[in-house]
Design a protein around this ligand. Sequence first.
Ligand code: NFE
Ligand code: MG
Length: 509
Amino acid sequence: MTRTINIDPVTRIEGHLAIRLQIESNKVAEAYCSGEMFRGFEVILKNRDPMDAQQITQRICGVCPVSHGLASILAQEAAYKAAPPPNGRLVRNLILGANYIQSHIIHFYHLSALDFIDIKAIIKYTGKDPALTELKAWVNSQLSSGSFFPAAPFLPRYEGSYAENSELNIMAVKHYLDALEMRRLAHEMGALFAGKLPHAATLVPGGVTETVTSRKIVAYGEMLRKLKTFIDKAYLEDVLAVAQAFPGYFNEGKGCGNFLSYGVFQESDGNVNHFLPSGIIMNDGSSRTFNPSGITEDVTNSWYESSPILNPGSGSTRPVDPDLKTNAYSWLKAPRYEGRVMEVGPLARILIAYNDNSGRHQTLKNLVDGSLKRLGAKAENLISVMGRHATRAIECKYVADRCEDWLNALKPGEPSYTQCTIPKECAGIGLTEAPRGALGHFLQIENRKIANYQCVVPTTWNCSPRDGSGIPGTIEQALVGTPIVDPENPIEATRVVRSFDPCLACAVH
Ligand code: NFE
Ligand code: MG
């Protein structure tokens, strides 16, 4: 017997996602991801001054705005034939690094951990930690308040198998609270060079408008050290502890097995030499060099006017009335690379760097191998729910450690900006990696105004609907085969979805 489950909305993610599952023999047989609510940034951008684009596109999202700002100024620099001086490049890495740290921390503690950690353990807490005692009193008062959603955002929740180790549960809840402070600290650290955050004021084509001073270097360094301690002592350890408590999730949520990264954190002038390299790994084990002309978007099952399958450089975004395109089921387009479904995000980036044999990523390989050894897992197990959590935490550490080197390479007093001019007609592509994966902005300028602006965004890759060939998107594929113990509490499905850290606000844009 087939049974349908609708999870609408999927909570503890960014934006509006609905999942429809067809269950057969207690397993997901088919999955459909719907991005709800059209936004229209690409339409808003038309005919605007191109220099506004890095500010407007940052408003696509409050979690990864730095990446949108960066993709926009990279597209403009390609169009204007401009480039930042070394200080500009390093400051951008430091702003983006701060954003990665806060984004990965919020994803684990505030969005995903409650899929595994038993928040109810707080009710039985007998220790003396003031924050935990206060939380316990609050949860108890909420539960006895008779409110419809007592103790939100912790409860209600899908019931299922949560961690049984009360020490782990209490530790993770304590770190949930600490992580709120760590997020604030990461924003404050990035804002030293971003002017303010989450939406950075200083990102401009040609560099950044913020100057480099010794005071800012010292302040950033002090905050970075606190964040690094939290990442090493809390985040990485908690992820490994959750992975040890739920080893079955190294075998769930595999997905398409094709991985894509554009590369991110420029290590030298030009957008080619990246700390986290660009690359492609296909599910037959082959790897290849990434070529932007391989990117296409398909709208067969999306609420947009039908168009040929195009590279976004010549693509368009023309929404239609959903009632008039009844076969469609999402506001997301379906990006493909050479016609293939791809997974993007920390797992893709870490696998691509891990497979790089240039010798540049030995530190990362040691981190990955050390974690796998502690977990008794193999590298192939990384392509899973738990592998996504583990590689995201490892990446957080790898990036935070590297921020210290970029900080030390800054030269106070030297310029961080090079003047550039906008040609009358030009075009450019800005490719970077947001915390959730490959991000591209495609820009065309006519009469010094934006003639066309298309964004292809990480969660659009991961959460896409079926394409014209009927091939499901990455998360749709990852859900298939997931055992669902209790259809009234499909917690296993939400664990798969949240491992991708989806952001539908970005994905629809
Ligand atoms: Ni709204 Fe984003 C990231 C981008 S995801 S969070 O990371 O770009 O689609
Ligand atoms: Mg788009």
